[in-house]
Design a protein around this ligand. Structure first.
Ligand code: TXA
Ligand code: MG
Length: 325
């Protein structure tokens, strides 16, 4: 979509009108939703046609299941058939927040949501507008990140309009996302909490609540989580992890935590956090990738992040962005 059209659409179809968003969802339409992690493309999870519209808008394959969003753990009964004790402890510690739990599904949950899997992904997001919206609704909201399949996740309402403006009836504008990286997904393989996707919640934080935490193997030939496909979260411009070789080319971009490259044009560079703060870096990552992608560079070089805490999730996203090319 052209920029002018996106701006027009944005003016007529976005704001803080929770009731308008609720009404659109009740009618089976799609709504852009702010969360603390990234913006979601929300749909009534009990409506097959609304769910189909989500897959169509994103051009997402049906074998990639969706996350359900609800307002309170007391409403889990219609979604999850059973809640393992460790799941309960994590929910108490981190909800509302950037934690998605994989739980045994109830028969009520449509196959389209789970891609036929026996588990369903669910979370309570931590954003005041979306929480109030979810409280008003009679159904959970299925919401993948509001980006075309495989592209960079949106962290502002404008990002949603840029690419999915035509698909949404409304975007609830909750400002820039506070965390900026998707939720951490935790499943329970034989009862043991297991990280399926790194995200805004660190492994250390999980370990403090449940002790041992397993980790699914990094995406290989048969990734267990479609979101763990290697080519995900990717800009269109080829991205490579590491420093650029010499001599450099002025059409190359540079993405780093805080180091500058005097040998590349300043306009082609983003430092994610001048003070090297990983939370700030996470908040800025996706907007930075979108910006660099908009410059029509021939290549983006990205400096690896420190391999601890949130740096692990940041490196995971950079690797997936790089794997697309
Ligand atoms: O922070 C987030 O989680 C954002 C906001 C909007 O809540 N949502 C999000 O949704 O990132 P999405 O669809 O972009 O990524 C969800 C991931 C997908 O990779 C999907 O494969 C995985 O969750 N997933 C969903 N249900 C699953 C299940 N039953 N088993 C394994 N993976 C599942
Ligand atoms: Mg996504």
């Amino acid at each position: 979509m052209g920029l002018a059209k996106a701006v027009q659409l944005e003016a007529s179809k976005s704001g803080q009108d929770i009731e308008r968003a609720a009404q659109a969802l009740r009618e089976g339409l799609l709504v852009g939703l702010p969360t603390e992690t990234v913006y979601g493309l929300g749909a009534n999870a009990w409506s097959e046609s609304a769910l189909r519209a989500v897959f169509a808008a994103k051009r997402r394959p049906f074998n990639d299941p969706l996350i359900l969003h609800t307002s309170a753990a007391s409403r889990l009964g219609e979604i999850a058939a059973q809640i393992p004790p460790q799941a309960m402890r994590l929910a108490e510690a981190f909800w509302p927040g950037p934690l998605t739990l994989l739980l045994p599904r109830t028969p009520r949950v449509p196959n389209l949501v789970t891609a036929g899997l026996p588990t369903v992904a669910v979370r309570i997001p931590d954003h005041p507008l979306t929480l109030e919206l979810l409280r008003r609704l009679e159904f959970p909201v299925a919401a993948p990140s509001a980006n075309p399949f495989g592209y960079i996740s949106p962290t502002t309402a404008a990002h949603v309009f840029d690419q999915l403006g035509d698909a949404v009836a409304y975007v609830l504008d909750g400002g820039p996302c506070r965390l900026g990286l998707e939720s951490t997904i935790v499943g329970f393989d034989e009862g043991i909490p297991t990280v399926y996707r790194l995200g805004s919640l660190n492994i250390d934080q999980l370990v403090r609540v449940v002790g041992r935490v397993g980790q699914r193997q990094a995406a290989g030939a048969a990734p267990p989580v479609p979101g763990a496909l290697p080519s995900h979260y990717a800009p269109r411009t080829p991205l490579q992890i590491g420093h650029p070789p010499q001599p450099t080319d002025p059409r190359w971009g540079w993405l780093s935590l805080k180091t500058r490259r005097p040998d590349l044009p300043p306009a082609n560079q983003i430092q994610l956090s001048a003070v090297g703060d990983l939370e700030e870096a996470a908040r800025n990552l996706y907007a930075a990738l979108r910006y660099l992608d908009s410059l029509n560079l021939t290549r983006i070089y990205a400096e690896p992040m420190p391999d601890s805490g949130l740096g692990l999730a940041l490196n995971d996203r950079l690797r997936r962005a790089a794997a697309a090319h």
